[in-house]
Design a protein around this ligand. Structure first.
Ligand code: NAI
Length: 339
């Protein structure tokens, strides 16, 4: 276990068990050099505690890198609650989780993530102040996440496709949920042409009607002949097969962990497709969370739009050093974290 902590450069790992509520939770703190570790709390069924621990560790590292590249005074952490089978008293579960967060004295700040809802965070907030984005805030990060994706697409269009606006740019969006639907609206307003897909046909029909988008099925999205492919549904969508199928010049989307593994970044580079690193592109919601907590809400939009500048630097370094963009982004983040 200590070897895997060392190889992930994880500072600490906390395991909690509360018999009364049935809580089994993990809090992984990757690094607090730049500030307290912030990251969402997942509440999902896991096949084993090892699987839950690995998930928490990988996600905590991702949060450190995301905060560092976004220039935020924040470290990276993540919590995982192993959802118990059967009937669950969610109120008791999340109150007990709030006690765990409180015990860490502010080294870890929690937020919403897969399988948790804002009302769960209200329960957490009844036990600790180290929580952001509760139901009482009424805060939805998705519009700011979409704004960050738009900023990344503008930057990539400018530096990779030599375009100074999005008029007529063809973007293929995979996933029309909270982020994808907001992004579709923003792109349409900027004059882009859209091809879209979602496993929910109603979402496709709505976007097609509102923005004159072309709808394709879930597999065909990869082969769409377009300028930008924007994954906004699931992780791990860029694997050797899908990369071979892509007919775009740029990949820029909101989904977390888009590369099936790190070598896929080099595969994209070999195909002359620029990959905008996911944890930079999707940092808009995090920027909103952190700055609103710091009372700097007036700076949010400018800081989200600045994702474009960091991406321009990555494009430049990737060309100059002949390196895949994911490697360049990791290096930049590590320089900020470790000096
Ligand atoms: P969501 O759950 O609202 O939307 C996901 C959409 O993808 C749904 O409409 C779903 O039907 C669709 N989908 C699922 N499987 C699909 C497939 N195989 N092909 C096409 N469509 C499929 O999620 P949300 O909030 O829009 O987030 C999208 C992605 O961005 C997720 O990976 C999330 O982790 C990531 N992300 C979201 C942030 C946010 O602010 N919401 C912040 C950072 C990352």
């Amino acid at each position: 276990m200590f070897d895997s902590l060392a190889s992930a450069r994880l500072q600490d790992l906390h395991l909690f068990n509360d018999q009364a509520s049935g809580l089994n939770a993990i809090i992984a703190i990757h690094n607090t050099t730049l500030g307290p570790a912030l990251g969402g709390c997942r509440c999902l069924p896991y096949s084993s505690s090892d699987a839950a621990i690995s998930d928490a560790m990988a996600l905590a590292r991702g949060m450190s890198y995301k905060a560092a590249l976004a220039g935020l005074p924040q470290g990276g952490g993540k919590a995982v609650i192993m959802l118990p089978p059967g009937q669950v008293d969610r109120g008791a579960l999340f109150q007990a989780f709030g006690d765990c967060v409180e015990q860490l004295g502010g080294r870890y700040i929690t937020a919403v993530d897969s399988g948790t809802e804002l009302k769960d965070l209200d329960e957490v907030a009844s036990r600790t102040s180290h929580v952001v984005g509760t139901g009482q805030d009424g805060f939805d990060p998705s519009p700011m996440t979409a704004r960050g994706v738009l900023a990344a697409i503008r930057s990539a269009a400018n530096h990779c496709l030599d375009r100074d606006n999005l008029e007529g740019l063809h973007v293929a969006i995979q996933g029309l949920g909270h982020v994808g639907s907001n992004l579709a609206a923003m792109l349409a307003e900027a004059g882009a042409r859209l091809t879209v897909t979602d496993t929910d046909p109603k979402r496709c029909a709505d976007i097609a009607r509102q923005f004159d988008a072309t709808v394709v099925d879930s597999k065909a999205i990869y082969q769409t002949d377009c300028d930008v492919f924007s994954p906004c549904a699931l992780g791990q969508v860029l694997d050797p097969d899908t990369i071979e199928a892509l007919q775009c010049s740029v990949v820029a989307g909101a989904a977390n962990n888009q590369l099936a593994d790190d070598s896929c970044g080099e595969r994209l580079r070999q195909r002359d497709i620029f990959y905008a690193p996911d944890y930079l592109v999707n940092a808009g919601g995090l920027i909103r969370l952190v700055l609103s907590r710091a009372g700097q809400i007036d700076q949010v939009e400018a800081r989200v739009d600045a994702i474009a500048d960091v991406l321009a630097e990555i494009i430049c370094l990737s060309r100059q050093d002949q390196l895949p963009s994911n490697e360049v982004a990791d290096r930049m983040a590590e320089e900020r974290i470790y000096g």
